[in-house]
Design a protein around this ligand. Structure first.
Ligand code: ZN
Ligand code: ZN
Length: 350
């Protein structure tokens, strides 16, 4: 059983510290890979701090993971030692239910843990709690690994596994492309990928931020305009002009206001996870047959498609590489919206 170094937190108010965890030996169809980089997602923070309910400690976060295969099981056909791979928010599912058959394993209804097995805070095939990517290696079933294209660096690949697919999937599903005007609300870890995807898909892309502090970056990443949601005149001028809006923010979302920006039949997709209930006048939907939708990461095939799309179009997250002993500080900065745009842990410092 491979022992690997990891950073774990031992209580909701604790601090990350170095420890050792044991991964299982790769089974016949499993791969063990050496982790090189792991992104820090806001979900890691909510989970680590018990904000989404009680969890088992010690807890190892990280579901944006990239590295290089170092061991393969005897029946592995998809990967070999030396391959560059990544894993995202889940590491297993039943493979047989309706959702799995449709390639939407994240919505599995029947996997070993009664659904998809999350990369951390889940229960794996071996009956043991799963531990995330803030570590130096992990064992994963080959069907839940993505291949990182040669032109995508591993530190860039890591955040794509969650932040990338979370924004790519709804843009594809709801038809972002030439002739469409697309809005991206929030210019954080998710939004800064959303703007790149929407623009590369050929849509006219406008970013909405609370302030204009990230305007230059938004325009550089492909937006044709960047609008402050506090600028009433600018917001009013854009009413009824969008085909699709993806909102990535977790608090203070003015759903009525965003729906007002849509054309008839326009779609507002929420990928944020607001803690408080939102209110909405349903008449806003009825009046012009608008759609309010949600989206949650994406399946394995679509995540691979997203990585290949990034390679084809030269897209990458903007990352700040940090050492593992900087995780606590990074968490505080993410909560304070100080990160531009994704912290990525260099696993060689674990
Ligand atoms: Zn995430
Ligand atoms: Zn399933």
């Amino acid at each position: 059983m491979p022992d690997v170094a990891a950073y774990a937190i031992d209580s909701p108010t604790g601090h990350y510290a170095r420890t050792t965890i044991t991964r299982r030996d790769p089974g016949p169809t499993e791969v063990f890979f050496d982790i090189h980089y792991a992104g820090i997602c806001h979900s890691d923070i909510h989970t680590a701090r018990g904000e989404w309910g009680p969890i088992n400690y010690p807890f190892v976060g990280g579901h944006e993971i990239a590295g290089i295969v170092s061991r393969v099981g005897s029946e592995v056909t998809k990967f070999k030692v030396g391959d560059r791979v990544g894993v995202g928010c889940f590491v297993d599912s039943c493979g047989e239910c309706e959702m799995c058959r449709q390639g939407e394993e994240q919505f599995c209804t029947a996997g070993p843990g009664e659904g998809a097995v999350w990369t951390y805070n889940g229960i794996g095939r071996d009956g043991l709690p799963t531990a995330g990517g803030y570590s130096t290696g992990i064992t994963v079933e080959q069907d839940y690994l993505m291949r990182v294209p040669d032109s995508v660096s591993l530190e860039h690949a890591a955040p794509l596994m969650c932040a990338g697919i979370t924004t790519y999937s709804p843009l594809k599903r709801w038809g972002a492309g030439p002739g469409k005007r697309v809005g991206i609300v929030g210019m954080g870890g998710l939004g800064h990928m959303g703007v790149q995807f929407a623009a590369a898909l050929g849509a006219e892309t406008i970013v909405f931020g609370r302030t204009l502090s990230k305007r230059d970056d938004g325009l550089k990443l492909g937006a044709s305009d960047y609008v402050s949601t506090q600028d009433r005149d600018a917001m009013k001028a854009l009413r009824g002009t969008f085909d699709l809006i993806v909102t990535t923010v977790s608090d203070g979302t003015d759903l009525d206001g965003l729906l007002g920006l849509l054309k008839a039949h326009g779609v507002l997709v929420n990928v944020g996870l607001p803690e408080k209930p939102s209110s909405l006048r349903l008449g806003v939907l009825t009046g012009q047959a608008k759609v309010l939708a949600g989206s949650n990461i994406g399946g394995i095939a679509e995540t691979q498609e997203m990585l290949d799309f990034c390679a084809e179009h030269g897209l990458a997250p903007i990352v700040e590489i940090i050492p593992a002993d900087g995780i606590d500080e990074a968490y505080d900065n993410v909560v304070a919206s100080k990160v531009r745009y994704r912290y990525v842990i260099d696993a060689s410092t674990i």
